[in-house]
Design a protein around this ligand. Structure first.
Ligand SMILES: Nc1ncnc2c1ncn2[C@@H]1O[C@H](COP(=O)(O)OP(=O)(O)OP(=O)(O)O)[C@@H](O)[C@H]1O
Length: 328
């Protein structure tokens, strides 16, 4: 993979404050590294429970948040150093889709005005006819049209329609990559599959790469090609989703999948979801593997040293259990 054809996340660490005045720091992300090949259309899922750092990582890739340590390169360029025309280029290449479609749009503004703004300011098309053609093309991709949205306000659409409208708006710039943060979690179950199918279509028909953040492992499996499992700010396992689901390597991935895939609810309750609490902060502060506190295989080294990324049959795992494998 040449530098020009990948997104490279390199040793990214993000510190946030806690305690009185926020003077003490914890690592909301600790030494995250990951390469995504931009030449292969795919959906990469970032999965993990609340507080695992998914949104923080997505915001760092978007350029909205700066890491304290580490860098993110897109096609060879450090995205936190882009200025002027290069920053504008990155905004065209990489587009976000947010969780809550109702928060994306101001209720007092007509929907089509957002489209004209993006076309003028980000894409640079000034000609009205050309702009309308491009807007209609984007809306048709998600099953709508310019005629259908013209002159209307956000409240005149359902949540599912609004989420399709925000996807269409993202498409206006002909992006290479979409960053989608829990895009179906606010929608009724019946509407979710429609949005997921649109994202799959974007991958297949427009050759896009989509980074898809979720805590829901069922939709992750439906939509994903690759998955990276995060736990308390660390990336514990990363690889093709079919391999990870069939044979989870990291003890945390195993526990997580057991709890979700067990059809019998009475058995499923034996694997309760880990709740964020004072334990969360305690785990964030473990210098080694954050899962050591709960792991049945934990040994001395797990507590004080973060395991290195290890390639186990095509899946990258950070766990001292795999020390004997060749490191990736
Ligand atoms: N601006 C901030 N200041 C302080 N702490 C923060 C800030 N943003 C996030 N955090 C903390 O960093 C950790 C990771 O948060 P993040 O939102 O990235 O997790 P997440 O996996 O996306 O969770 P969720 O699914 O709930 O959105 C959490 O403990 C969160 O409370």
């Amino acid at each position: 993979m040449s530098e020009d054809s990948k997104l490279r996340i390199e040793n990214v660490t993000k510190l946030y404050g806690y305690g009185l005045l926020g003077l003490k720091k914890f690592k909301a992300l600790d030494n995250i590294s990951m390469d995504i090949d931009l030449t292969k259309p795919r959906i990469v899922v970032l999965a993990g429970e609340t507080g695992s750092g998914k949104t923080t990582l997505l915001r760092i890739i978007m350029g909205m948040v700066k890491p304290n340590i580490g860098r993110v390169f897109y096609k060879g360029r450090d995205i936190h150093k882009l200025r002027g025309s290069e920053a504008k280029w990155y905004r065209r290449e990489v587009q976000p889709i947010f969780q809550d479609p109702y928060e994306t749009f101001n209720p007092l503004r007509k929907i089509d005005s957002y489209f004209y703004d993006t076309i003028r300011n980000v894409v640079g098309i000034k000609n009205r006819g050309e702009a309308e053609h491009r807007i209609d093309e984007s809306l048709r991709f998600v099953g709508l049209s310019l005629d259908r949205v013209k002159g209307k306000y956000p409240h005149e659409f359902s949540g599912g329609e609004l989420q399709r409208i925000s996807i269409a708006r993202a498409l206006l710039t002909h992006p290479k990559m979409l960053l989608a943060d829990e895009p179906v979690s606010m929608l009724d179950a019946t509407l979710r599959v429609g949005i997921l199918n649109i994202l799959k279509n974007l991958k297949e028909k427009l050759n896009m790469v989509i980074i898809y953040v979720t805590h829901d492992l069922s939709t992750a499996y439906y939509i994903g090609d690759d998955i990276s499992i995060m736990y308390r700010g660390t990336l514990v396992e990363y690889g093709p989703i079919s391999k990870v689901y069939q044979e989870p390597r990291h003890p945390y991935t195993y526990a997580l999948l057991e709890s979700i895939l067990e059809p019998d609810p009475s058995i499923r309750e034996r694997y309760p979801a880990i709740k964020p609490s004072s334990i969360e902060l305690k785990e964030f502060l473990i210098p080694g593997c954050r899962y050591a506190n709960r792991c049945p295989y934990a040994k001395e080294i797990c507590w004080h040293t973060l395991p290195p990324p290890t390639n186990v049959d095509g899946v990258v795992v950070r766990c001292w259990k795999y020390l004997d494998y060749k490191q990736s």
